[in-house]
Design a protein around this ligand. Structure first.
Ligand code: C2E
Ligand code: MG
Ligand code: MG
Ligand code: MG
Length: 276
């Protein structure tokens, strides 16, 4: 298309594209082996039960501290890891580390049986051995299955419902909870719940952001809660940044919540401090 627009234009676009490609290739190279060099770590964001604000678990969020550039946004490097296939190496490392941490929380702070919720990308889901991987990690770390939740996005599920629902059924039979992340952002959200068996949905933070100001977002959120509950599905709200949002979600019967008002993602040390 740029070619049609003229020679100069073509040159400009290809140079800009080269730069973007080059950046990605460099990032991919830097990301390779980042875990082994200690540049990758997990942050934990607390998840609370709305009715009594009891801490019930945490979402594991990957962080990359680049030796030169400092913190790199997950939205950027996760995408590179996904496109390049590196996620198939990093994903299992995340899963193992998160389960090991959850085992420690449970033994050092008994009585609250916290879960850890791990994000799994579309590519990991398609790689085929996720169920085996998860079963092995649980066996090796000794984390009971109810200590692990898996978060999938709708895009991971789309197009491959039959195979994915088989995989999810296997995970759920083993006692692992499966949550659909960023729920409501894909238009087909509701119809997927019929074919893809999940234990919970995480309402995308874009709905929560305007729940106090925009009656449509409040109506949608309320409808998602009612619909999910009628299917026996847990509802989690993400991106709770204000007390008012928390209150309205509790009023509407939402089950769990996370967000800056409740707690920022924090390093493992600080999360243990929160438990103590
Ligand atoms: P996500 O799974 O939807 O995670 C929630 C994101 O919302 C996190 O961004 C979190 O820091 C942010 N957040 C939490 N509370 C609030 C709030 O009150 N307000 C606002 N504005 N944001 C809030 P983060 O850590 O930058 O991660 C971005 C995405 O990267 C995640 O979205 C997830 O899709 C992906 N990701 C992170 N870690 C992993 C991982 O280990 N594996 C995979 N496959 N993806 C990951
Ligand atoms: Mg998530
Ligand atoms: Mg989310
Ligand atoms: Mg999100």
């Amino acid at each position: 298309q740029a070619k049609v627009a003229g020679k100069n234009c073509h040159r400009f676009y290809s140079r800009a594209m080269d730069q973007a490609v080059e950046r990605r290739v460099r990032m991919e190279q830097d990301l390779r082996g980042a875990w082994e060099r200690g540049e990758l770590s997990l942050a934990y964001q607390p998840i609370y039960r709305l009715e009594d604000r009891r801490l019930v678990g945490a979402e594991a969020l990957l962080r990359w501290h680049h030796p030169e550039y400092g913190a790199v946004a997950p939205s950027v490097f996760i995408d590179v890891a996904e496109q390049s296939g590196l996620i198939e190496t990093i994903g299992p490392q995340v899963l193992r580390a998160a389960c090991m941490d959850a085992v420690e929380w449970r033994s050092d702070f008994p009585g609250n049986d916290l879960f850890v919720s791990v994000n799994v990308s579309p590519r990991q889901l398609r790689s085929g051995d996720l169920a085996i991987q998860v079963e092995q990690v649980l066996a090796q770390t000794g984390l009971p299955a109810d200590g692990l939740h898996i978060e999938l996005t709708e895009t991971a599920v789309i197009g491959d419902e039959q195979r994915v629902s088989g995989l999810l059924a296997r995970l759920r039979d083993a006692g692992i909870k499966v949550w659909l992340d960023d729920f409501g952002t894909g238009f087909s959200g509701l119809s997927h719940l019929r074919r893809v068996p999940v234990d919970g949905v995480k309402i995308d933070r874009s709905f929560i952001a305007d729940v106090l100001r925009d009656p449509d977002d409040l109506a949608l959120t309320t409808a998602i809660i009612a619909m999910a509950h009628s299917l026996g599905i847990t509802v989690v709200a993400e991106g709770v940044e204000k007390e008012g949002q928390y209150d309205v979600l509790r009023e509407r019967g939402c089950d769990l919540a996370q967000g800056y008002w409740l707690g920022y993602p924090m390093n493992g040390h600080d999360f243990r401090g929160l438990l103590a």
